[in-house]
Design a protein around this ligand. Structure first.
Ligand code: ADP
Ligand code: MG
Length: 311
């Protein structure tokens, strides 16, 4: 027999490496089979075409191996760009955008009309059967006006901030999502809620995703973002965070800005029956496969103590 050429040997070694990776993924696939994984898609992963295509393929792979993925997406930057293009000026209170009637119309157009359909189409192109929904479809997300209060540091008087049509989740129609779980359909959800009077609410995507994760008792709630995960005061990545540690980090300002609603919604989700929530780096290609099918890639926040990955 002839000796193998160096190129062939290298290709075989490469294939063996790939086969080993697939074999190692098997116990994780079994662990999550039949379970629901809620993925909040946003941050950097959403802006980059190649990462977006990887993401769509990963979601299809999950469904293919018998896992039920549900995707909730954000879109803050795209909303800002469209408001600018249409020259709709926004008022801000304490740095928070006031969502008036004209603004919420744009919010709905961008989230539910544009981003939602692009994402559903990307998943369909990758071989899946995605259906794009907003919280208005099938009464999926019933919302009420978010009440935000602020204490004036000088007078110490608490005042209610009126942010317009910014809502919080009141109720999720989980039955509809259970129907999808039993089918080929992958739901892709825009964080828009409907009020009691039929009014439209803009809901923070992290918060909406957490509420849906709790409503369907997801096994994992994954939040893709543009940092490695939750970082400590010295900017070191934390592989795991207890609920107490997470609260302390919000309290002392180590967790700030956009990371606050993420960590808060993770805590609420695990309180609400989600097994564990993970904040992970959406800039990594195939971030969700790495998190689910290896020993983990992001910062895990869990409810009751339990092992990560294979149990
Ligand atoms: P997304 O678009 O994914 O919602 P955000 O910008 O809203 O992203 O939130 C993520 C940001 O939170 C990070 O880019 C980082 O600047 C900020 N952040 C604040 N505190 C922390 C922390 N302790 N660890 C990691 N990121 C943090
Ligand atoms: Mg954010």
């Amino acid at each position: 027999m002839h000796d193998k050429t160096p190129a062939l040997s290298a290709a075989l070694a490469d294939a063996a490496g790939k086969a080993a990776i697939l074999a190692e993924a098997l116990p994780y696939m079994r662990r999550y089979a039949g379970r629901t994984i809620l993925v909040k898609y946003g941050g950097a992963a959403m802006g980059d075409a190649s990462l977006a295509s990887d993401f769509a393929h990963d979601v299809v792979l999950l469904k293919q191996v018998g896992i039920n993925p549900i995707v909730v997406h954000g879109g803050g930057p795209q909303i800002g760009q469209m408001l600018e293009r249409l020259k709709i000026a926004s008022a801000f209170i304490d740095g928070l955008r006031v969502t008036d009637r004209a603004t919420v119309e744009i919010v709905e157009m961008v989230l539910s009309g544009s981003i939602n359909k692009q994402l559903a189409a990307a998943i369909n192109r990758a071989g899946g059967t995605a259906i794009g929904l907003s919280g208005k479809d099938g009464g999926l997300i019933h919302a009420r006006k978010l009440e935000r209060r602020r204490r004036d540091p000088e007078s110490n008087i608490e005042k209610v901030l009126d942010l317009g049509f910014v809502g919080e989740v009141e109720r999720v129609n989980a039955t509809m999502l259970e129907t999808f779980a039993r089918s080929d359909i992958i739901p892709v959800i825009a964080p828009i809620g409907v009020g009691a009077g039929g009014e439209t609410y803009n809901i923070n995507a992290d918060t909406a995703a957490g509420a849906i994760a709790a409503a369907v008792r997801a096994t994992r709630f994954l939040l893709l973002t543009d940092v490695a995960g939750v970082l400590d005061r010295e900017k070191r990545f934390l592989a795991e965070l207890s609920a107490g540690e997470a609260r302390a980090m919000i309290g002392d300002g180590t967790v700030s800005g956009g990371m606050i609603p993420k960590v808060e919604t993770c805590l609420e989700a695990v309180d609400g029956g989600v097994e564990a929530a993970v904040i992970l780096d959406g800039r990594m290609p195939h971030a969700i496969l790495l998190e689910l099918f290896t020993e983990g890639a992001g910062t895990l926040i869990r409810g009751a103590p339990q092992a990560r990955g294979v149990t």
